[in-house]
Design a protein around this ligand. Structure first.
Ligand code: SF4
Length: 227
């Protein structure tokens, strides 16, 4: 499979935020979100066998723990990434899969925690989420909406209510988008949507979702990759 990087850091998002985690970042994406901070994954990378990727995870985290399979869009390399996830599960790792849900997720092993990033209007990729995937969600999965405007918030709230997401998954996450060229200050000034404004809306509407901030962008310079 084509891999951009494998590294160890802290998980920055989801209900697993703050935990040490190995990231396996696959190369290539079929979407082009306006605020994408992973454009460096669109091309390049290096070819690795499932065995080599597995061994690198083992080297970085020999006593097991958390592994996130991400990208890019990892499910574009389904044929290789599904066996890798199964191998890591068999080894005793907790495996997270970050995906847009544009591809069918029915081959993802049941024990994998899917973190599905449903695209909102201002991403430029709204409507790419495959609704059939709602049926493959498990109670331990999570759905994330990255928001950069009131229109995005309204979309996410309506989608959550319409599909009763809080009854399907472990967590629904509303997360302000970060400016993709952000660098320097490690604070919310780089958010495209003010977290305080988002918090006010969520409280007023009593939405069954939790506000998520990208923890790693408050710890390290937002321009730094591989953290
Ligand atoms: S799906 Fe993810 S990697 Fe692909 S363009 Fe959107 S944010 Fe970037």
């Amino acid at each position: 499979m084509q891999i951009t990087e494998i590294y160890k850091s802290l998980q920055g998002e989801s209900t697993y935020a703050g935990l040490p985690c190995v990231f396996v970042r696959l190369t290539g994406c079929n979407l082009r979100c306006t605020w994408c901070d992973s454009e460096y994954t669109f091309h390049g990378g290096r070819k690795m066998t499932t065995e080599e990727a597995h061994d690198e995870v083992l080297r970085l985290s020999p006593n097991r723990g958390l592994v996130e399979i991400t990208g890019g869009e990892p499910m574009l390399q389904e044929r290789e990434v599904v066996p890798l996830m199964q191998r890591l599960l068999d080894d005793g790792y907790k495996v997270l899969l970050e995906t847009s849900g544009e591809r069918l997720l029915e081959t993802v092993p049941e024990q994998v925690v899917k973190i599905v990033d449903v695209k909102c209007p201002d991403s430029g990729e709204c409507g790419t989420f495959c609704l059939k995937n709602l049926e493959t969600l498990n109670a331990h999965d999570e759905i994330k909406f990255v928001l950069s405007s009131r229109a995005d918030y309204d979309f996410a709230r309506e989608f959550t209510e319409h599909h009763r997401l809080e009854q399907r998954v472990n967590a629904v996450l509303f997360s302000p988008a970060f400016r993709k060229d952000a660098s320097g200050a490690r604070d919310s000034s780089h958010c495209l949507l003010n977290p305080q404004e988002l918090a006010d809306w969520m409280i007023a509407d009593n939405v069954p979702a939790r506000l998520g901030l990208q923890l790693h962008k408050f710890i390290w310079d937002p321009a730094v990759k591989g953290v």
